[in-house]
Write a protein that binds this ligand. Structure first.
Ligand code: ZN
Ligand code: ZN
Length: 387
């Protein structure tokens, strides 16, 4: 009996420990909150942010000046689904179903296509949830596993994983601080934030912090390749926005724009800081993939590609790498970088100097083929789902 009690007690304690570790992850909560904020903002773009109770009542004002097919529709059975329906109709459809639209505006057009296709296939306009979950669209409606409605929804679920939730451009799933979402390169980079040393302190996004207020600094979360994921800065007085783990701590991710340069500007006075590690960041080189001067410690801060040497090291391929292999490797990465919109996004943001001698290794024909192949790939997925 005592043994059983001990086991049960042990289990309870383990659960408490695991749970507290999970909820104490400050990034997850922060990201989750920011994400919900964005969804709220997306909804607000159609009018204003609403609580569920007041939704129907207040939506009357939202719709007042908008032009859309179902403006005067008050009953789901009369709701019209045709080629003219827009985001307001989508919102109205959610209203009439008594639910909120829990997706961001980048996914509106795709969701409108989804409901059109569902309707053509006999869907009854009933939906219990429209939301984003694990970086893909969730659309809950009545259907049987494997039937037409199921297959259409599943196909759009896959499709959503390639559409930026913010702007609707081609995107991919991003894993950031334990939170997954879909973003194009531009919006992904905007989310990463920027850090820059200046004068007696530094900028972190829109906020300025002075060095004299920094109580302590240290690196945390060493990864498999012996690189730290975060620099943690602790302040005496400054209050950091959106931090769950005490408002006096700032977590700067290694993916933050300007991170490498920032490390080289840290004062040399923090006892807890691994200055040996920082020496790895002293030399900044041009990247062969994206062409920007952003290569620190074997990885490009801009395109997030490892250098050729780093790549060989990680795969224990020191002896195999020759020039021809390298050429193909870099070319492949350049194609990928171009496909995901990196060059367009960076040229706009100008975060790093560009190598004047940078050369693109692929031809017009090759990039065309590469993009076509990607699209074909998408259609093949769809066919698989339909079979
Ligand atoms: Zn975007
Ligand atoms: Zn690069």
């Amino acid at each position: 009996m005592e043994l059983i009690t001990a086991i049960i007690l042990g289990l309870i304690i383990s659960f408490i420990v695991i749970y507290s570790v999970l909820i104490s992850n400050p990034f997850q909560s922060k990201k989750r909150n920011e994400h919900l904020d964005r969804i709220a903002k997306a909804n607000a773009d159609l009018g204003q942010q609403l609580s569920l109770e007041n939704q129907l009542k207040a939506n009357k004002d939202i719709y007042k000046n908008a032009e859309f097919v179902n403006k005067h529709c008050t009953n789901l059975d009369d709701f019209i689904i045709n080629d003219q329906i827009n985001a307001f109709d989508l919102r109205k459809l959610a209203d009439l179903n008594g639910i909120q639209l829990q997706i961001r505006e980048g996914w509106y057009p795709m969701t409108i296509d989804l409901i059109k296709e569902l309707y053509e296939n006999g869907w009854d306009k009933r939906v219990t949830c429209i939301k984003e979950k694990y970086a893909s669209l969730r659309f809950y409606t009545e259907h049987r596993y494997g039937d037409t409605i199921y297959k259409i929804i599943e196909r759009y679920e896959h499709k959503s994983e390639r559409i930026c939730e913010t702007c609707g451009e081609r995107g991919e799933i991003r894993h950031q601080s334990s939170w997954d979402y879909v973003a194009c390169w531009k919006h992904y980079r905007e989310d990463l934030g920027k850090v820059k040393a200046e004068g007696n302190g530094f900028w972190y996004n829109e906020d300025f912090y002075v060095w004299s207020d920094v109580k302590d600094a240290y690196f945390s979360d060493l990864d498999y390749y012996q690189k730290y994921k975060f620099l943690r800065l602790e302040f005496q007085h400054a209050k950091v926005k959106n931090q769950v783990w005490g408002s006096n701590k700032l977590f700067v991710s290694k993916h933050t724009i300007g991170f490498g340069a920032f490390l080289n500007h840290l004062p040399k006075t923090f006892k807890g800081l691994d200055y040996e590690y920082i020496r790895n960041f002293e030399n900044v080189a041009y990247c062969e993939v994206c062409g920007y001067q952003a290569v620190y410690f074997g990885t490009c801060e801009c395109c997030e590609t490892d250098t050729w040497a780093e790549y060989l090291g990680k795969w224990n391929k020191e002896e195999e790498g020759d020039d021809a292999e390298k050429y193909l490797h870099i070319k492949q990465r350049q194609l990928y970088w171009t496909k995901k919109g990196g060059e367009i996004g960076e040229a706009e943001q100008k975060n790093y100097p560009k190598n004047p001698a940078y050369s693109v290794l692929f031809t017009e024909e090759e990039i065309k083929k590469y993009l076509e192949y990607e699209d074909e790939d998408e259609y093949e997925d769809e066919d698989d789902d339909q079979n």
